[in-house]
Ligand binder design. Structure first.
Ligand SMILES: Cc1ncc(C[n+]2csc(CCOP(=O)(O)OP(=O)(O)O)c2C)c(N)n1
Ligand SMILES: [Mg+2]
Length: 333
């Protein structure tokens, strides 16, 4: 288990979070052009969890995710131009333009898919963990889910099955307090801890600050090590907060389902600003390095949008065909 994080790795984590934020801000600023015709759920404010997990697992490990998956896909090593092209519905997209923002896949790096149906990818992730066990490989399967997915029946069946079979699976719940406009208080019993409830089912459980990438990285390393070493399913509840509207590029604090005070409290806990402040005091010439890193990221992102815009739409005759090769399922230690 890794107990400490080098300064270089901290800077890398900061850049990874910034990359995801800039990509999503790029989506938000262009969305009104009407060229991205799919719904998009942005993770702005929630970047730390994805980056912490991406830093711990490797490209042979599996991950599945939800409707809010850009950050998970990118942190797992998914191809950026292919993701942007997918959101534009282009043939060069990671799902060949047929899936859009909510159906991302890059099997070459173990990112095994996302689904628009809440809870839908949980059984897929558990099935992948079962395949790992059957093949005797040392991969782990990570399942990203929201607090809303905890209310789906599939979640309980899957945790139960994973516990009975002691599967190498890590459930990563991003608890951002809301399912669309419904707060936890109208959906789950008052005072019940999600992490403790899942612990009672039999998975080793953790709860942590999802806006502190360094702490999240350490908790994730412990859970992934446990799963990889045969300790069975692990569950992590990370507390975090989405800044933008549930679906779309705007802010929606005017709707009244959450207070501006609550929003501002969380925005002060910006995962990027928190780490930036810490590193500014400990890295020599931090401002210069940060500025350069941002320039590189902006160029990379601009190129990805240009690639997407310049790519062709898929031909109509391919509408009902597809041959997604599933890599990583070969038996190997
Ligand atoms: C089975 C199902 N029920 C309802 C919906 C509508 N829906 C889409 S996203 C969402 C919210 C899910 O909340 P959560 O899991 O906490 O994820 P978050 O959006 O907060 O990231 C809902 C209810 C759906 N897509 N699938
Ligand atoms: Mg939620």
């Amino acid at each position: 288990m890794v107990h400490s994080i080098s300064t270089q790795e901290k800077f890398d984590l900061l850049c990874q979070m910034q990359r995801i934020r800039l990509v999503e801000e790029g989506i938000a600023s262009r969305y009104h052009e009407g060229k991205m015709r799919c719904p998009t759920h942005l993770s702005i404010g929630q970047e730390a969890v994805a980056v912490a997990v991406g830093a711990v697992i490797n490209s042979r490990d599996f991950a599945v995710s939800t409707h809010r998956a850009h950050a998970h896909y990118l942190a797992k090593g998914g191809n950026l131009p292919a993701m942007v092209a997918e959101i534009y519905g282009k043939a060069t997209g990671c799902s060949r333009g047929k899936g859009g923002s909510m159906h991302l896949i890059d099997t070459s790096v173990g990112f095994m898919g996302t689904s628009a149906i809440v809870g839908n990818s949980i059984p897929i992730g558990v099935g992948l963990a079962l395949s790992v066990q059957i093949r005797g490989s040392n991969q782990v399967s990570c399942i990203f889910l929201g607090d809303g997915a905890i209310e789906e029946g599939a979640f309980y069946e899957c945790v139960n099955f994973a516990c009975v079979r002691k599967l190498p699976v890590v459930f990563i719940c991003e608890n951002n307090l809301y399912s669309v406009y419904s707060p936890l208080s109208v959906r789950q019993p008052e005072g019940r801890s999600i992490a403790k409830m899942v612990e009672a089912i039999g998975a080793q459980s953790f709860q942590g600050d999802g806006n502190n990438v360094l702490k999240a990285r350490l908790i994730t390393a412990e859970a992934v090590d446990n799963a990889r070493n045969g300790s069975g399913p692990q569950f992590i509840e990370f507390m975090t907060y989405r800044w933008r509207e549930h679906c779309g590029p705007e802010f929606d604090n005017d709707l009244g389902y959450r207070t501006v005070e609550e929003f501002e409290l969380w925005r002060e806990r910006d995962p990027i600003a928190l780490l930036q402040t810490e590193l500014a005091g400990s890295i020599r010439d931090f401002e210069l390095k940060w500025e350069r890193a941002n320039e590189v990221l902006k160029d990379e992102i601009l190129e990805a949008f240009e690639f997407a815009e310049n790519s062709p739409f898929p031909p109509a005759e391919e509408a009902f065909t597809g041959d997604f090769a599933v890599h990583g399922l070969e038996a190997s230690p």
